[in-house]
Design a binder for this molecule. Sequence first.
Ligand code: ATP
Ligand code: MG
Length: 217
Amino acid sequence: MITIALSKGRIFEETLPLLAAAGIVPAEAPESTRKLIIGTNQPDVQLIIVRASDVPTYVQYGAADLGVAGKDVLLEHGGQGLYQPLDLEIAKCALMVATQNGFDYEGAVKQGARMRIATKYTEQAKEHFAAKGVHVDLIKLYGSMELAPLVGLADAIVDLVSTGGTLKANNLVAVEHIRDISSRLVVNQSSLKLKHERLQPMIDAFATTVAARLAKV
Ligand code: ATP
Ligand code: MG
């Protein structure tokens, strides 16, 4: 059996065409079932539906052979035990620093003021501000980061931004770009050896599809 770990929402939706290119069609959509294990048209391929941030863990321990995870999630996880053969170029966004509109971020950085930063991405935030030589107190949050500057929990947030719509709706502005983010294929290292004959053609089909898309733009 080949098990593929995916998260609901944009990763699942954007992975569907890649699975189709490898001849894999899920029997159900995660939105229309409460099942966490979803069969496919291939009798030896199943999908498991997990939290986005849990995908690397399932693959690392071999509970899933393959998975799709954002670079953001992989950097927080650390990537131990994972082979990352392919950037799928899906679920694209950017990791940014954002503040309330009107907050003088550059001024605060120049003055060397100690800043409070709220984020789900503590590893990447720590690394970013350390590299800049800015002293920060990191406050770990699990969601709705945009709220933190509005109610005085933090001076700034580190969060993913795609259209900027959520920032704008909450009177926040992006003040610094940390890195571009997209989702990667992750593979359990021993699965790749033990199930090579079944996995390699799948990985190749994903790679061909991604390359064909990139050639079009
Ligand atoms: P959860 O909502 O379960 O707490 P999550 O917010 O990380 O977890 P999603 O919102 O489904 O889960 O995001 C999954 C992945 O999609 C993220 O890890 C990231 O790589 C990418 N992503 C997140 N936000 C955006 C966005 N605004 N635009 C594009 N891709 C995004
Ligand atoms: Mg989310």
